[in-house]
Design a protein around this ligand. Structure first.
Ligand SMILES: *Cc1c(COP(=O)(O)O)cnc(C)c1O
Ligand code: SF4
Length: 340
């Protein structure tokens, strides 16, 4: 599928490149983001004006456009705003809360569970979520993408117990379609694989990343494709995201969503219920609702297990079973995500 006519690209802006332009226009500066929302720095108590360069402010224009102007407590804004609280050392909140280091099979291939392995396809993301459990992941130590994927692919090919590969990151859709096409073709050629899963937030925060070519790559693969998006609040799923998820569905892709339970973002049953309804409308089913991984810098998002269980109970009373996500936590060393 390298064939989508190059001539088209020369005569009008190439669809497969327009997302790069969108990405380049992202907010990398909290003052500019606040200004676009009609807010002043003084409106945000505890704002951290000097975020560390290792996990700087990064927000796409598309995501910012879904925020409510003038609302310092907007649930989307809250997910990306750096607070001074992040710098506090809090017992139990660590750099690598899910013990990725122990699961690393070398070169960015993580295996924790039977039958599936997770490939860190890239360290880059289009948005920096302040609660991210990989916010301190040593991406820089991964080596070059090409060397990494060669070695990871060799390991996958040598392990017939694997039926599924998960592309994760970072965000695998930060790779160009060319790179993804090569990677998918290589995975396609590994006979014991049956499924390809992609964990990505880009259909939500940069919907035009879901190009026709990307959909065609998945549709043409022998592997059954699953795309797991990441949305935490119904407001994140605008008309553009709905359209992009529609493209994936029409390409035969199964679309699921995972959310993180976040204090003052989505820790109420009305919001979670509306999220499930909105996801279904867009063609996605709720999969996991994660209890926050205790990553250093994210303690202010934590919701208690007791409260989390009550929320799920309420959802069960209000929604069909298929719209109730599984409430789980990742326990280092466990052989699956653990139900709570
Ligand atoms: C979360 C995770 C998976 C996926 O688990 P599922 O329960 O299949 O969604 C796979 N590998 C690793 C390393 C993970 O962290
Ligand atoms: S998109 Fe995912 S990997 Fe990237 S910062 Fe957000 S939570 Fe972390």
């Amino acid at each position: 599928m390298v064939t989508r006519s190059l001539a088209t690209c020369q005569t009008k802006p190439c669809q497969s490149e327009s997302w790069r332009h969108s990405l380049a226009a992202s907010f990398t500066d909290v003052a500019a983001l606040l200004e676009s929302l009609g807010l002043r720095e003084a409106d945000i108590p505890d704002l951290d004006r000097a975020t560390p360069p290792s996990f700087r402010v990064l927000v796409t224009r598309e995501f910012a456009a879904l925020m409510r102007p003038g609302d310092p407590e907007d649930p989307l804004l809250r997910q990306v705003l750096p607070l001074a609280l992040e710098q506090a050392r809090i017992p139990g909140y660590v750099m690598d809360p899910v013990d990725d280091t122990a699961a690393d099979r070398g070169h960015g291939l993580l295996q924790k569970y039977a039958g599936r392995a997770l490939l860190i396809a890239t360290g880059a993301c289009a948005i920096h979520c302040r609660y991210c459990f990989r916010r301190h992941y040593p991406y820089a130590g991964l080596g070059s993408a090409a060397a990494r994927s060669a070695s990871a692919l060799a390991r996958i090919a040598a392990d017939p117990s694997l039926s599924e590969v998960i592309l994760s990151g970072g965000d695998p859709l930060m790779l160009a379609d060319d790179q993804l096409e090569r990677l998918v073709a290589q995975l396609d050629g590994i006979g014991h694989l049956r499924r390809l899963r992609i964990h990505t937030r880009l259909p939500v925060v940069l919907p035009n990343r879901v190009t026709e070519r990307f959909c065609a790559i998945l549709a043409d693969s022998r592997l059954d494709a699953v795309v797991v998006i990441h949305a935490n609040h119904p407001q994140e799923l605008g008309a553009d995201a709905e359209q992009s998820l529609g493209l994936l569905r029409r390409a035969g892709v199964t679309v699921l969503n995972q959310s993180v339970l976040l204090r003052a973002v989505n820790d109420d049953s009305t919001t979670l219920g509306q999220l499930s309804e909105r996801l279904f409308r867009c063609g996605a089913l709720p999969y996991y609702l994660h209890q926050l991984d205790p990553v250093s810098g994210a303690a202010h998002f934590q919701v208690s297990d007791q409260r989390a269980c009550r929320l799920i109970q309420t959802l069960r009373q209000q929604l069909p079973g298929y719209l109730v996500p599984r409430l789980v936590r990742e326990v280092p060393g466990a052989d699956s995500k653990m139900p709570i």
